[in-house]
Design a protein around this ligand. Sequence first.
Ligand code: ADP
Ligand code: MG
Length: 380
Amino acid sequence: MNLSNDVVSAFRDHYGAEPDIVVCAPGRVNLIGEHVDYNGGFVLPMAIERAMWMAVRYRPDQEVHLVSCDFGQTAHFNLDGFEYLKPHWCEYIKGVAHALQKRGHTLQGWDGAMLGNVPRGSGLSSSAALELAAAKAFSEVSGFPWDPVEMALVGQESENKWVGVNCGIMDQMISACGRAGHAYLLDCRSLEGTHVPLPTGVKIVILDTATRRGLVDSAYNERRQQCEEAAVFFGVELLRDVTPERFFAREKDLPELTRKRARHVITEDVRTLAAADAMRMNDSETLGRLMWESHVSLRDDFEVSNDALNTLVDLAMAHEGCLGARMTGAGFGGCAVALVREEAAAAFEREVAAAYQQATQLEPAVYVTGATDGARRLQG
Ligand code: ADP
Ligand code: MG
């Protein structure tokens, strides 16, 4: 699981020298609070054991040289002048460099080897892991202090403005700020976060449907648009400011689709705060129930699930060891997350995976994970 030694070997093989340091930044899974980050609401993600590792050697000049072991490719650019070229993993790193320079940080060059095990494009945010690992590498070699919130914003800016993906702030915040054994209740408007301990006696199981998001960008932008329309209707900047009471008093005046989208966002905020409370009380039953309610709302009101996710979540819920399950991430494929009694976890993994395979002819990947720390330096 920990690829620290492997990335050092890869660095040695490629550069014929030892790295100075190793940094890593995790992917994430969101326990509850889906499609609310861009509405300024509350999310409850945790950093997972799967991450991006980078072995790094300081350079005296302005060159950044990289080898991606996962892609078997190299890339380089000069910090004195670089521009966007074409869709490529290196652009995430150039975007981070650009955002850091814009914020006034003086950057130093480095040689890096990168190795990651966050599955790409399944909703566990391999991109945020890449961005935050790169930010950590720049911070270490350039000697500026690590401010996790600022670095999360840098990662988001890279993705929004340089790579051109319209993501919210959740992924970068949890990859920067995660704490072992805890989920992170994040207010996506103020960016204030609270670490909330995971309940005892349960496991977090991530189940990948093995279906990938198609048309996700247009659907995502359409949802954002619909949320903005609802916010305009209520005369607020962000839907987060509409209470359930206010919503239910006026919802009949909204067009059907806008009403459903807003209903998801507004009720999801309530569920997420309740889920954090349940975790603080070590009440995994309530947490599980709220996860299931979140899934229903995403499926029926926000309409971002798909058949594979619904099948997988239904099979998970039908297992006696399961306290709750839902789709997680942007939707239209990717992963589900389940809260499972510890003693039943092994059977759950085996039986739900087999049932899903039988129902769909698709092979689900299963990841059981604890919650880890956010982006960090490992050695050297
Ligand atoms: P996700 O949901 O996993 O964040 P994205 O499409 O947002 O999916 O990001 C995936 C992109 O991030 C990849 O296409 C690649 O450019 C970059 N990336 C992710 N993991 C790695 C890796 N291990 N090595 C190099 N680039 C990576
Ligand atoms: Mg991503």
